[in-house]
Design a protein. Structure first.
Length: 104
């Protein structure tokens, strides 16, 4: 059964600040990785994961903002933003584990 605009959970107002904060964290993480000398192979892979996280959190931020500003396609934008945000969280988790264990 499709959700109406009254009973759907408006997660866009939560995705926007969370994804923009995590976007800033990823920029800090890139600088941290550049300053901290670790295995070159691990460093290169972490850089790629952080880059993908930045792109995902940026897309989630834009889509959640669009969901709050539009009327017709708000549900679609919100669902896509939610999925993209979860992928970004997955990448940040992988990055954290790679830094913690320096595994590759």
């Amino acid at each position: 059964m499709p959700e109406s605009s009254n009973d759907r959970k408006n997660v866009s107002k939560h995705i926007l600040p969370a994804s923009s904060n995590l976007l800033g964290l990823c920029f800090i993480l890139i600088n941290f990785i550049k300053l901290w000398k670790m295995n070159k192979k691990v460093d290169m892979v972490i850089d790629k994961f952080v880059g993908m996280s930045i792109v995902l959190f940026l897309i989630a931020s834009v889509l959640s903002y669009m969901a709050m500003r539009t009327g017709r396609k708000a549900v679609l934008y919100e669902r896509v933003a939610d999925i993209v945000f979860l992928f970004g969280l997955f990448f940040v988790t992988v990055i954290s584990l790679m830094i913690a264990f320096e595994v590759l």
